[in-house]
Design a protein around this ligand. Structure first.
Ligand SMILES: Nc1ncnc2c1ncn2[C@@H]1O[C@H](COP(=O)(O)OP(=O)(O)OP(=O)(O)O)[C@@H](O)[C@H]1O
Length: 492
């Protein structure tokens, strides 16, 4: 169905059309010229009248014209972003000529472009055309960006569920505790535990808040921690090991080794400072340190959504847990590629509230390992999905390495600008559409799809912990419970 005609000058990337009736933003259209059939997207619409143009200053003219029997002549113009040549399956390289008819894209053409991937994420906005994504492209990482309440968690849940449905393995760091209680299946909840025997000295030092700017303290804890690990390895080799007992004496054993550093040249006040930090660590992290817990790699399952509920922890402990997982998974996938041992399946890792862990202003442990995975993960089947409602708080190097992006509603101009500058496959006219997206509506760009797709993400089929609470129902339930307690009290 013809909706308009090309007018004026056109380029292989963009054309202007004069519409025969009102058209909406985000509509996909086709035009045929020079043996090409080009698919385009309406990115801007303007409406006006030559009789009431922007210079009209006499409201009387408008009133008289409005009383005029016939309709005031007006026009509707639209800008079409030319995206794909359906005949040659490539980018258009020829501009359309003026007068070319423009039609609404037919479902068959849209399915050819948007419905060929492995898993369905939703429907092309305004159509019933399924939008499928290519799961293999997730090895080139993904950023899910949106303002609060726009549908990030729902998108994570739908994407994770459908990766698990095709026997994939997802690992979610559950910042708000909304996935570990969800209806995602198969769901594999993992207690956020750290076994010091699998930590490297840098990770352990971070848990004691000994950073790179305290080299003397770091040397003391590194030597003591390394000696401790060696002593445990020797006990394991000799078979003389009781992990439960080890768990109970871990802090004391380590403290003795820190003390012994004084005799090896360390100053007493530095040793005392490290011991203070160890005591604080024991108070803070006794809940997550467990020498009996298995290596995290043996805890991951394929054909599952693995969830580590980090919501009870403070951000330093979260950083230690997340970075440890990232390091061990990357190492174990490299080991598998080299020796056939280690982690035998690819993993897609989801980092929620990514601006906390991958902030451009802080050098967290997670940022170090996420950068490594962003650079190297593709070759070893480790894909990152970073989720954030504060894109401009993200480290720009990491954001720019997220080849794929699912961008839901973003209104904040500085966020839009930041995302635009960090994405070489995103254009200004597409970014302008982000403000008008509704809840659950997203722009998908990158290798996940053939061309930019405006999608209504499917609603997750089940409950998520972060779904908006039914306040009224919860108040009524509380009142019913109060009445029950009162009647029981009277009876008792
Ligand atoms: N695709 C969708 N279709 C319909 N409703 C949706 C969709 N996605 C999200 N919603 C609804 O919008 C609300 C917010 O969704 P969600 O929690 O996923 O947003 P969010 O961006 O993660 O929010 P927050 O930043 O607060 O975590 C929920 O009530 C959810 O049911």
């Amino acid at each position: 169905m013809i909706i308009g005609y090309v007018i004026g000058d056109a380029t292989p990337q963009q054309a202007t059309i004069l519409a025969v009736k009102p058209v909406r933003l985000g509509l996909y259209v086709t035009m045929e010229y020079d043996n090409e059939k080009v698919l385009g997207l309406i990115t801007n619409v303007t409406r006006g009248s030559p009789m009431i143009d922007g210079n009209t200053i006499d409201v009387g003219i408008v009133e008289r014209l409005n009383r005029f029997d016939g309709k005031i002549p007006h026009y509707i113009k639209a800008t079409v972003k030319l995206l794909y040549n359906l005949n040659s399956n490539s980018q258009p390289d020829l501009p359309p000529i003026a007068g070319t008819p423009v039609s609404l894209a037919e479902e068959e053409d849209l399915r050819k472009i948007f419905s060929e991937g492995d898993i369905t994420l939703g429907r092309l906005i305004g159509t019933n055309v399924p939008v499928n994504i290519r799961v293999g492209a997730l090895a080139r990482h993904l950023a899910i960006l949106a303002a609060t309440g726009s549908g990030k968690s729902n998108t994570v849940a739908v994407l994770s569920q459908r990766i698990a449905d095709i026997k994939g393995s997802v690992l979610i760091f559950d910042y708000h505790g909304e996935y570990y209680r969800s209806d995602i299946h198969p769901l594999h909840n993992i207690e956020p535990k750290l076994n010091p025997l699998y930590l490297n000295p840098r990770e352990f030092a971070t848990l004691l808040e000994i950073r790179g700017n305290a080299p003397i303290q770091y040397r003391i804890i590194r030597r003591a921690f390394t000696e401790y690990q060696k002593s445990v390895q020797e006990k394991i080799k000799s078979g003389d090991i009781d992990f439960e007992k080890l768990n109970q004496t871990f802090i004391k054993d380590l403290e003795d080794l820190i003390d012994s550093q004084e005799g090896k040249g360390a100053k007493k006040d530095s040793v005392d400072e490290v011991k203070n930090k160890l005591e604080e660590f024991a108070d803070k992290y006794s809940g997550i340190i467990d020498l009996t817990s298995k290596d995290i790699i043996s805890n991951l399952k394929t054909h599952s959504v693995n969830v580590v509920d980090i919501s009870p922890l403070d951000e330093d402990a979260m950083d230690a847990i997340v970075s440890h997982y990232l390091r061990r998974i990357l190492d174990a996938r490299k080991e598998y590629r080299r020796k056939g041992t280690g982690l035998r399946f690819p993993v897609i890792i989801v980092i929620e509230e990514a601006h906390v862990f991958l902030s451009k202003n802080d050098d967290t442990l997670t940022k170090f390992w996420a950068s490594r995975i962003a650079r190297e993960g593709r070759k070893f089947g480790v894909g990152l999905i970073i989720v954030s409602q504060r894109p401009k708080g993200l480290d720009e190097n990491i954001l720019s390495q997220m080849t794929n992006k699912i961008i839901l509603k973003i209104v904040e101009p500085s966020d839009k600008k930041y995302v635009l500058e960090a994405s070489d496959n995103l254009s200004e006219d597409l970014v302008e559409q982000l403000s008008s997206l509704g809840v659950g509506e997203a722009l998908i760009i990158g290798n996940l799809v053939k061309i930019p797709a405006f999608v209504k993400i499917d609603l997750f089929n089940g409950t998520l912990g972060g779904t908006d609470p039914d306040m009224r129902r919860e108040w009524e339930k509380a009142e019913e419970e109060d009445k029950l307690h009162e009647s029981l009290a009277d009876f008792g």
